[in-house]
Design a protein around this ligand. Structure first.
Ligand SMILES: [Zn+2]
Length: 217
């Protein structure tokens, strides 16, 4: 069950005060997909880890609404002109909230790994929203950002490189690009730093390459 509670937020772009729901607790997980998307029992908590100002379109996690947030005039302008209009013809769904949070995070110069996580969560929301086209769009963005993080000198800690490499393969598999998927699954072996602890990553990469499953057992 997912437990939510209301918090008061003040938008750093348009100064609007509003209330938003946030996740207090989740339990009773109903399994995990092979892209690490956890399924909660009952209502899915994912959309409530990010908040959106429906007046200007600014979005982020709770700290992005804190007093210490400093935004440049350019970012404010871009929020109004590039994010605000989307609210006229789309409901503030979970995926839209994560997409806006990712765009803001990008303008603020956040690293590729952080952006990748936001796009991945946008894709997961699309699964729950039943929007296959948008799901693929966000999976691609997540895959590109994770790949960028792997390319950066310190974008991903050494002990996480194997699992992120696997995840990029799994994202491409779920997009339907089997060629890219296989290439990434094949790279996992070279990224393993602790053979016994990471044996499961090699196993799941081999499985997803040859006989893919949608859920971890
Ligand atoms: Zn606002």
């Amino acid at each position: 069950m997912t437990t939510l509670h209301l918090i008061e937020l003040s938008c750093p772009v348009c100064a609007r005060s509003f209330r938003s729901q946030t996740v207090v607790a989740t339990n009773g997980f109903g399994g995990k997909r092979t892209d690490f998307h956890e399924r909660a029992a009952g209502m899915q908590p994912l959309p409530y880890f990010v908040h959106l100002c429906t007046q200007c379109g600014y979005a982020g996690v709770t700290r992005d609404f804190g007093d210490e947030v400093e935004l440049t005039d350019l970012i404010r302008t871009r929020v109004w002109s590039e994010l605000g209009p989307a609210l006229r013809h789309a409901l503030p769904s979970g995926s839209l909230k994560y997409e806006h949070a990712a765009r803001v995070a990008e303008w603020m110069g956040q690293d590729a790994r952080y952006l990748a996580d936001l796009y991945l969560r946008a894709a997961w929301c699309c699964v729950d929203e039943g929007d296959v086209e948008a799901e693929r769009y966000f999976r691609r963005h997540a895959a590109w950002r994770f790949a960028e993080a792997l390319d950066a000198w310190d974008g991903v800690p050494a002990e996480e490189r194997a699992v992120i490499t696997y995840l990029v393969g799994e994202l491409w598999r779920r997009v339907g690009d089997d060629v890219q998927a296989q290439t990434w699954f094949d790279r996992v072996e070279d990224e393993v730093t602790e053979p016994s602890a990471q044996a499961w990553v090699l196993e799941v990469a081999a499985q997803q390459k040859l006989a893919p499953r949608e859920w971890f057992t």
